[in-house]
Design a binder for this molecule. Structure first.
Ligand code: GLY
Length: 385
């Protein structure tokens, strides 16, 4: 219950600084390994192997390098991040796994960040090309961006997923820098459709939802990574808690903040004692695995949401307290400090339980959002999103 978060949190600046020192230690440890390669989506026995610029996750490593550059001012992180930009260029040029909504995750954290922090014009151009590819996935009739696969693939056609909310900032940003309204309109339509169909009456979420691309009518919700079609996948809910307020930043639509508080309440009501969610919110105790990555995403979302609530609203402080309490628990109980062989940061995440991937492992986005959360609470951070 949100009411429980009235107490002043225990999280201290010192504890945050110690956690950030550990993160930098792990980044430094990985710096010479992941030069032209990237950490895999999730670890194997707590160790990330090297992969190329594939799948949806390389941006999280590059994004961590940008965060480290911001926090320390150390040029070695900027150079390491810039050194990776050619692989993002190659990916767009060769259209390698670009039939995906994940272009937002990929190019926001690698290229929009580069542009915002250093004014890098090549990175700006590249991010705009990625935004064009993302925009091609907008299905006008259904008013959504198709998440996965070829637009004609019958298995994927008209399917939106809650994760996509995190990809919309690339489109809003593209409208801002080009003056072309079309990207904004697509993103604003997608977020409205997400609010309408991905979120259920009780403020839990479907992971994915199919729309009829001919008529624009809603079809049905389905899970991909959750426990069941009608359960609530924790990371999906966390994507919502962070994704809706990100759209609010660009659209100013206050209903999105109101909706986010409902999603947040649903999430907070289902946390176990240590405040780190199970991988699906259908579980509130017992032996199932936690998803620390969902917790880290939710922390960022709760902090973002709180910023947009009126100063006089008592729940503002409570969402902040909830975020700081979860973060405190992640620092105390989930960091890989005591696992010397691990090159990861946050233990005990789950990538895809139904398909048996990355169960109780580190996930590279969990590491990223954990770092972003710490950066958010220790400085006045300007978002890459
Ligand atoms: N966006 C993919 C995931 O959260 O697993």
């Amino acid at each position: 219950m949100i009411e429980q978060f009235t107490a002043t949190k225990r999280l201290t600046r010192e504890r945050c600084d110690e956690a950030m020192a550990f993160i930098r230690q792990q980044i430094d440890r990985n710096l010479e390994t992941f030069v032209n390669t990237f950490p895999a989506e999730c670890s194997t026995n707590q160790v990330y192997e090297q992969v190329g610029n594939v799948a949806w996750t390389p941006g999280f490593w590059t994004g961590m390098l940008w965060l480290a550059f911001e926090v320390t001012g150390d040029e070695k992180y900027r150079l390491a991040a810039e050194n990776q930009l050619p692989s993002y260029r190659q990916r767009v040029d060769e259209k390698r796994y670009t039939e995906t909504h994940d272009l937002g995750f990929l190019y926001t954290l690698s290229c929009v960040s580069a542009y915002k922090l250093t004014g890098n014009e090549d990175a700006k151009q590249l991010a705009l090309e990625a935004a064009d590819l993302l925009y091609e996935r907008y299905l006008e009739k259904a008013g959504i961006i198709q998440a996965w696969g070829n637009l004609k693939d019958p298995k994927q056609q008209g399917r939106m997923i809650i994760d996509c909310l995190m990809n919309l900032p690339l489109l809003y940003w593209a409208s801002e820098v080009t003056g072309d309204q079309k990207y904004y309109d697509a993103a604003a339509s997608h977020v409205r459709q997400s609010a309408k169909y991905l979120i259920r009456e009780d403020a839990s979420s479907f992971h994915t939802f199919y729309m009829d691309t001919e008529t624009g009518e809603p079809k049905y919700g389905r899970t991909a990574q959750g426990y069941a079609d009608d359960s609530c996948w924790s990371r999906g809910q966390a994507w919502g808690i962070y994704g809706f307020p990100l759209s609010y930043r660009y659209t100013g639509d206050g209903e999105l903040i109101e909706l986010t508080t409902k999603l947040a309440n649903y999430f907070l009501d289902r946390l176990p004692e240590d405040l780190v969610c199970y991988w699906d919110l259908i579980f509130t105790d017992g032996p199932e695995e936690r998803d620390s990555s969902a917790a880290a995403i939710a922390v960022c979302g709760l902090l973002e949401t709180a910023k947009h609530l009126p100063l006089t609203d008592p729940t503002r402080r409570r969402y902040e307290n909830a975020a700081l309490s979860i973060l405190d628990s992640l620092i105390l109980h989930y960091m890989a400090r005591d696992v010397p062989e691990s090159n990861g940061i946050l233990l005990h995440a789950v990538y895809g339980k139904p398909n048996g991937t990355g169960i109780d492992e580190c996930c590279i986005w969990g590491d990223y959002y954990f770092y972003e959360a710490l950066v958010r609470v220790t400085r006045d951070w300007k978002l890459y999103w």
